[in-house]
Design a protein around this ligand. Structure first.
Ligand code: DP6
Length: 361
């Protein structure tokens, strides 16, 4: 067993020390360990997952590639409560009872069925996101919950299995098991759909500046947005074809450590995704006026010789890809042209870490 076993600690003290996700086989009959803490970092897709062919299993139409980031992460503690009569979900110190709690409870029940385990439980989770909601990601949330669940039950899981488990909570979460750069292999069934590490410690000069231009709630969730394009856009097959091609090109660009190609391919794939949304019936967009302003700033900077590119997810915020030498020029110009935008610089982040808690055997 390679995870850290120690006395229970409050979640605020619980940055995990161990990067291990392979832990003892099966729930131990003799163990009194009943809780675990996991920390998972969010990932930003360079090639997007946008469309499921199986909504229950969250099987995507295409592969996708992402960068795990150091500045945005979630820490989750999962405790099995043998004598409780209901479940608890505490988010940022406040007990939740609405849709977010229900999604987490349903997800844990699914995992319990999968592994033949049971019991009431308490989930305590903290999103470490240096900005308000706009960039909080379900990718780190469900990866951390999957890891903490596995740790608390003492399950022996490989990283591929942990990735499958995370995928069932939110598709993009399957990539947050790994640090650096990872790829989600779409597969054809539950077993074959999971992420792999492309390069956990990339020697590539690639920084991401998150530009939060708007904090209003998004008009349509990613789950709903992608379902609508799959069901109604006549251009969806073209998106699938282009994204598969873009993935192959991105893999090669990563191997060559070619920042320019990585940026160009990522920006075009994001534009393709957002163009697709306009072609749904009814069409929709995540862009706000400042999203377009920020896109223009990036395009202008590049035209003037400061190389940078953007990508956007299911929201109005931009993520700018830039090499270290240009971070301050890009930050300066963004702050000047978008004075209300909040900027956060991030680099490559680590993979998931899981610590089991409790009394030693
Ligand atoms: C635009 O993983 O949030 O960020 O599986 O329905 O929970 P569900 O979707 P989610 O979608 C992420 C979409 C994206 C692109 C990406 O991360 O690949």
């Amino acid at each position: 067993m390679t995870t850290v076993v120690r006395e229970c600690v409050p979640i605020s003290e619980a940055r995990s020390q161990s990067a291990a996700t392979t832990i003892s086989s099966h729930p131990s009959r003799h163990s009194s360990i009943r809780a675990a803490i996991a920390t998972a970092h969010a990932n930003i897709a360079l090639i997007k997952y946008w469309g499921k062919k199986d909504t229950l299993l969250r099987l995507p139409f295409t592969p996708s590639i992402s960068m795990t980031v150091d500045q945005l992460y979630t820490t989750t503690r999962f405790e099995i409560l043998p004598s409780a009569d209901h479940n608890f979900f505490v988010l940022g110190g406040e007990e939740q009872s609405g849709a977010a709690a229900q999604r987490a409870f349903d997800y844990v029940r699914l995992l319990q069925q999968r592994f033949g385990v049971s019991g009431h439980f308490r989930i305590e989770t903290v999103n470490h996101v240096p900005m308000s909601a706009g960039l909080a990601s379900s990718s780190s949330a469900f990866a951390a919950l999957a890891g903490a669940f596995a740790g608390a039950y003492g399950l022996h899981v490989s990283r591929a299995e942990l990735s499958r488990m995370a995928r069932l909570g939110s598709g993009s979460a399957c990539r947050s098991i790994y640090g650096g750069l990872s790829e989600w292999l779409p597969g054809t069934d539950d077993h074959s759909s999971y992420a792999i590490a492309l390069n956990e410690h990339p020697d590539i000069d690639l920084n991401l500046i998150a530009v939060q231009v708007d904090v209003s709630p998004k008009p349509i969730s990613s789950t709903q947005g992608m379902a609508r394009v799959v069901a109604t856009s006549p251009y969806f097959p073209v998106w699938v074809q282009q994204t598969r091609k873009a993935c192959a090109q991105m893999r090669e660009a990563i191997q060559r450590k070619d920042f320019s190609a990585i940026g160009q391919i990522a920006q075009q794939n994001a534009l393709d995704m957002h163009a697709l949304n306009l072609t749904a019936r009814p069409g929709f967009t995540y862009f706000q006026p400042d999203t377009i302003r920020a896109m223009r700033v990036v395009d202008d900077l590049r035209a003037s010789g400061v190389e940078c590119y953007y990508t956007m997810d299911a929201g109005s915020n931009l993520k700018v890809l830039v090499q270290s030498g240009n971070v301050s020029a890009v930050t300066h110009r963004l702050s000047h042209d978008l004075p209300h935008a909040m900027l956060t610089r991030a680099g490559f982040g680590p993979g998931i870490s899981v610590s089991r808690l409790g009394e030693k055997e």
